[in-house]
Design a binder for this molecule. Structure first.
Ligand code: ADP
Ligand code: MG
Length: 153
C-alpha cells in the first residue's frame, strides 16, 4: 500500500494527474471516502492526466458519465466515471450497462462509493481511500492488487 498526504485541492489534483500517467488501460479504480473528501477532485486530476481537458463534474444524479479521451500516446479512449451514491442496489448498475466497460483495455473506470456495489467489483481493481486529516489536508491510500498485470507507481 502507498500512502501520500496532500495539503490542498491542487496537490490532490496534481497527484491524481501523475497517477493517471501510469495507467495502461483496463484499470478499475475504486475511490472510497466520505462526502467532501475529494473523490471528484481526484477524478478531475485523473482526467487531466489522461489528457481530458474539459470539465469533469460529479455524476451523482446521472450515475455514470463517459468522457472521450484523445491521446496519441495511449490506447485509452474513454474515462468511465461512476458515482453510486444514489443507487439502491447492484442491479441498477447492471441496468445502465456500466459493467460492459469494466476492464476494457481502451477504458479507465473510476467509481465513487464502490462499497455500495462491492459484489460486482472485479478482484483486480485498485482501491483508493481518501480521508480528511485536517481542514485542507487529505491522506490518500492506494492499494494495488497483487495480481495486477503491471506496476502502478
Ligand atoms: P467528494 O467527491 O469526495 O464528495 P469533492 O471532490 O466533490 O468531494 O469535494 C472536495 C472538496 O474538498 C472540494 O471543495 C475541495 O476544494 C476541498 N478540498 C480541500 N482540501 C482538499 C484536498 N487536499 N484534496 C482534495 N479536495 C480538497
Ligand atoms: Mg463526488
Amino acid at each position: 500500500m502507498k500512502t501520500i498526504n496532500t495539503k490542498n485541492e491542487n496537490e490532490t489534483l496534481g497527484f491524481a494527474e501523475k497517477f493517471a500517467r501510469n495507467l495502461k488501460g483496463g484499470e478499475i479504480i475504486c475511490l472510497q471516502g466520505d462526502l467532501g473528501v475529494g473523490k471528484t477532485v481526484f477524478t478531475q486530476g485523473l482526467a487531466l492526466g489522461l489528457n481530458y481537458k474539459k470539465n469533469v463534474n460529479s455524476p451523482t444524479f446521472v450515475i455514470m458519465k463517459i468522457y472521450k479521451i484523445r491521446n496519441p500516446k495511449s490506447e485509452i479512449r474513454n474515462l468511465i466515471h461512476i458515482d453510486t451514491y444514489r443507487l439502491n442496489s447492484e442491479k441498477d448498475i447492471e441496468t445502465i450497462g456500466a459493467q460492459e466497460y469494466f476492464g476494457r483495455h481502451d477504458c479507465i473506470t473510476i467509481i465513487e462509493w464502490p462499497e455500495r456495489i462491492k459484489k460486482i467489483i472485479p478482484k483486480n481493481s485498485i482501491w483508493i481511500n481518501i480521508e480528511i486529516k485536517n481542514k485542507d489536508e487529505r491522506t490518500i491510500k492506494i492499494s494495488v492488487p497483487q495480481l495486477f498485470p503491471h506496476e502502478v507507481k
